[in-house]
Design a protein around this ligand. Sequence first.
Ligand SMILES: O=C(O)C1=C[C@@H](OP(=O)(O)O)[C@@H](O)[C@H](O)C1
Ligand SMILES: C=C(OP(=O)(O)O)C(=O)O
Length: 436
Amino acid sequence: MEFLVAPGGSIHGEARVPGDKSISHRSVMLGAMATGETSVKGFLQGEDALATVAAFRALGVEIEGPRKGAMRIRGVGLRGLREASTRLDMGNSGTSMRLLCGILAGQEFSSELVGDASLMGRPMQRVITPLTRMGATIVSGDGGRPPLKISGGSSLRGIHYDLPMASAQVKSCVLLAGLFAEGETSVTEPAPTRDHTERMLRGFGYELQSRDGVTSLRGGGQLRGCEIDVPSDISSAAFLMVAASIAPGSELLLTHVGVNPTRTGVISILKLMGADITLSNEREVGGEPVADIFVRSASLRGIDIPRDLVPLAIDEFPVLFIAAACAEGRTVLRGAEELRVKESDRIASMAEGLTTLGVSNEVLDDGIIIDGGPISGGTIRTFHDHRIAMSFAVAALRAENEIRILDCDHVATSFPDFDALTRGLGLQIASRDGGE
Ligand SMILES: O=C(O)C1=C[C@@H](OP(=O)(O)O)[C@@H](O)[C@H](O)C1
Ligand SMILES: C=C(OP(=O)(O)O)C(=O)O
């Protein structure tokens, strides 16, 4: 599938974007290992979260739905998962694979994890190292990449792990393994990252300490089934925040968006660039902060992106690069080498597309420099990366000619119906079957 996006237009109206992907994954994982039933609403019916659902079904958990975002999980308890009869295919989803490694390392049975071409190329040594220290036995493919064969029957022991990189997936993996470990497991982060695992563990009644950047728990407790209301995904809302900011004459209300402070780096960065964004109706839903977000178009200016905001906006950089292309002056991003190991190398993928559209940029090892200026039109490669596809669709609002975006199937991993929803708000987007 490819997108054809006509140049120009503005963004108007109100929208509720699909559920948060990180929270959706965790709702299935913790619900499956809880005692009693967990009911979820607002679940993201995107391919990544559905890969997690399929994996837990294969591990013997009964899950009803999801239907219109509603799902019921009959928890089997911390020790109730059963051996899958096949390899577990996590599709495109790094979160599913890394968090599941932590859970599967603590089981009596063995498992094998695989994924699509993108996931088979992503680094897994970052979870293998701490899990091995805890006593797990994991065999990977070349260079610490999948497939991952996790041996059953290892008894795990709690460790303290100093995370070498700011990664919520690695932190969550170690904490989830800690549920099955003897004694205390703790992690120190080099910088704060999304804390959905910690919040949700508490929501399931699990005791957990977080102090001065160290999070710890003791193994052998119990998760109690509960009700989860998944907010809209700020990472999906980000495409629309940038769209409404860069398209003159836009006014947009995004409702029920998750605004957990470990996720709002995109709002902070856009505001530093001069964006007109207001939060209202701020409330807490099931342990997660939620708000409505109003965006009006504004003239943006280039900035040096503060390094402490990088982990808090990690998935939003592709679309922030589009904001930078539409800003007056130069934007500099550094300290973002993690972008190179996402679904694609997001620095290289975005730089190629920006260059195609005539936007001057310089690639750095750990970031990029972008000079704002006119955006032409052209044909963009996405490298099968959903966030690259959606970012260049947004760029069309300020382009001089049509933007054709190849290979957009992966948009369904995180934002199903992106084209229909954005068309309803004013983006002149058409999708048609076709490949690279
Ligand atoms: O924990 C999570 O749900 C996620 C953590 C981030 O990955 P890293 O932990 O690799 O930074 C993010 O990029 C990913 O989309 C989701
Ligand atoms: C990096 C992402 O996801 P994951 O690591 O789960 O594949 C993303 O959605 O941008």
